[in-house]
Design a protein around this ligand. Structure first.
Ligand code: NDP
Ligand code: GDR
Length: 362
């Protein structure tokens, strides 16, 4: 039997990789996308299938998670075996500017999904994209039992979704799980997050389009991993016999400053000439240090990351240089080829599965 998955946030970094992974596993994938006046499907254009294609396995629907009008009907109609709830206003800095909106999307959307599942009578497994940001100022390393001390409106909204997921699991016996994922990055990372801002900035500097860019707090410490490996574990979490929550991260910590130095060094540029601090990027309150203790995922799921900090930097810098039409040092591409067989792991599988199908935007 073909399994059916519903992904919210399918146009985002994680949603696009997850859609590829599930298609390569033979799933029928249903994705919710926001209507925009410009195209917002660039991360999934390569897997898009024309609605007239027979036997297609990717279906896209317009819907916005600020309201439940679309999601309730969609769950009843699609009857997914698995729901991956990834959609969110995911920018921490923006959550200080838009705390109410962030609560409505990032927090309340989880209530809308869980309620829709509960009332639909559909037996489905639910993955909620929780976040390491929920740990906030709790000292590292952080694991499943670490107390939560969130430092921003985004983290508070995620915490609401986290607890609801736990409550619906216990109270209504839903197969509902929280993935407490630490920062994960890739060439598809949104351009305003710091890692991509750095790798993209380097490619613009190398192309002569820009001489300098500005950053905020360079002392913050983060545990950065490679996004395709993190969507793989989302899938694993929903394949277990029992629903549970898992911390996912590399266990390796670096400052933003170290990311800058590593990336510029790799591109053979002097960061001092091109990077400056602008307080406008400071946050009213910072999450100081996040380091995952992913021991439970290692023991229960057999999961451990294959890509660590330096490799991640090389992958991202290579990708942005090449996207700009420039030669790259090439170590990042080599790492992916050696560890995953291609630019990223599922490209071959997806292309084969979808070969011959027309590519268009919806
Ligand atoms: P992105 O910001 O790349 O993607 C967010 C997705 O949510 C996009 O598809 C976006 O659509 C969609 N979305 C936003 N608002 C709405 C809305 N109102 N209605 C419908 N869809 C909406 O995030 P990531 O892929 O990086 O992260 C996936 C999830 O995991 C998020 O919930 C994030 O908070 C969480 N997370 C991410 C981590 C990371 O390091 N990446 C770590 C821990 C948790 P559009 O394309 O139109 O903007
Ligand atoms: P984060 O990611 O807030 O950890 O949330 P981000 O890349 O935005 O910031 C990481 C750290 O870098 C510092 N920083 C800057 N950040 C941005 N965006 N831009 C800058 O110019 C800059 N300069 C310094 C930040 O202050 C911060 O300390 C990400 C998101 O994906 C969330 O959705 C997810 O839940 C968490 O990771 C885990």
């Amino acid at each position: 039997m073909t399994k059916r998955a519903l992904i919210t946030g399918v146009t985002g970094q994680d949603g696009s990789y997850l859609a590829e992974l599930l298609l390569s596993k033979g799933y029928e994938v249903h994705g919710l996308i926001r209507r925009a006046s410009t195209f917002n499907t660039h991360r999934i254009d390569h897997i898009f299938q024309d609605p007239h294609t027979p036997d297609r396995r990717l279906f896209l629907y317009y819907g916005d998670l600020v309201s439940s009008e679309q999601i309730t009907g969609l769950i009843a109609q699609v009857k997914p075996d698995e729901i991956y709830h990834l959609a969110a206003q995911s920018q921490v800095k923006v959550s200080f500017d838009m705390p109410e909106y962030t609560g409505a999307v990032t927090g309340l959307s989880t209530a809308r999904i869980l309620e829709a599942v509960r009332h639909s009578g559909v037996t489905t497994r639910v993955y909620h994209a929780a976040s390491s940001e929920m740990f906030g100022s709790s000292p590292p390393p952080q694991h499943e039992e670490t107390p939560f001390h969130p430092c921003n409106p985004y983290a508070v909204a995620k915490l609401y979704g986290y607890w609801l997921t736990s409550i619906y699991r216990q109270g209504y016996h839903l197969f509902a799980c929280n993935g407490i994922l630490f920062n994960h990055e890739s060439p598809r990372r949104g351009e305003t997050f710091i890692t991509r801002k750095i790798s993209r900035g380097i490619s613009h500097i190398r192309a002569g389009k820009q001489d300098k860019f500005y950053v905020g707090n360079v002392n913050a410490k983060r545990d950065w991993g490679y996004a395709p490996e993190y969507v793989e574990v989302m899938w694993q979490i929903l394949q277990q016999d029992r629903p549970d929550d898992y911390v996912i991260g590399t266990g390796e910590v670096h400052t933003v400053q170290e990311f800058i130095e590593e990336a510029f060094g790799y591109a053979q540029l002097d960061w001092r000439r091109h990077v400056a601090v602008d307080p406008r990027y400071f946050r009213p309150l910072e999450t100081p240090e996040l380091i995952a203790d992913a021991g439970k995922a290692r023991r229960a799921l057999g999961w451990s990351p294959r890509i660590k900090f330096k490799e991640l930097v090389q992958i991202m810098v290579d990708a942005d240089l090449e996207a700009m039409g420039l030669p790259s040092p090439g170590a990042g591409k080599r790492i992916l080829r050696e560890k995953f067989g291609d630019w990223h792991q599922w490209q071959g599988a997806v292309q084969e599965a979808l070969s011959g199908l027309q590519r268009e935007v919806p």
